[in-house]
Design a protein around this ligand. Structure first.
Ligand code: SME
Length: 166
């Protein structure tokens, strides 16, 4: 496995998502450990874009528990329906929050977080398995372009879920 991520210096985020997706696929292709794969996916997204916080919350015993992430320490557990993450989990839909202060249920794990996107991850049975959460310290920093790019990365991970081990 190549341990180097190639990222072009461009403001074209879609181009960077297109560039890193196959590299992420290659990184996780030969690895069956779920924690290893989630950790490298979070690191690749953080390295490519420099977002404030990138990571995963995974459904466990009726709530969301933080998984591998890059960034400052975060809330360990989030109830379904609470926060942006819990809302993405309960609605099964991508949540884009341009201004977290205007999202009534937002959970402020870090005051620097200003905008946020959360993408649900589906298990092979069709249940929501967890979420990918990306936080920015800039207002209105995450949009449909990020939704498409992050969903493409999540789809790569979902394909592997049935064969992975914790
Ligand atoms: N802000 C999130 C909580 C998780 S973190 O910010 C890392 C939310 O409202 O779901």
């Amino acid at each position: 496995m190549a341990e180097t991520l190639i990222v072009s210096q461009t403001a074209d985020r879609s181009a960077v998502y297109r560039e890193i997706a196959p590299q992420i696929a290659a990184i996780i292709d030969g690895e069956r450990d779920i924690t290893a794969n989630l950790a490298n996916i979070a690191a690749a997204i953080k390295q490519a874009f420099g977002f404030f916080w990138v990571g995963f919350y995974v459904e466990k015993e009726g709530e969301l528990v933080v998984g591998p992430f890059q960034g400052p320490i975060a809330c360990s557990r989030i109830a379904f329906g609470k926060g942006v993450c819990g809302t993405a989990f309960s609605t099964r839909e991508v949540q884009i929050v341009p201004d977290v202060d205007k999202f009534p249920r937002h959970i402020a794990c870090a005051s620097e977080s200003r905008s946020e996107i959360v993408v649900p991850i589906f298990s092979p049975s069709g249940d929501v398995w967890g979420v990918l959460d990306v936080d920015s310290d800039k207002l209105n920093d995450l949009n449909d372009e990020d939704a498409a790019g992050l969903q493409a990365i999540v789809r790569i991970f979902e394909k592997k879920l049935s064969e992975e081990l914790f």
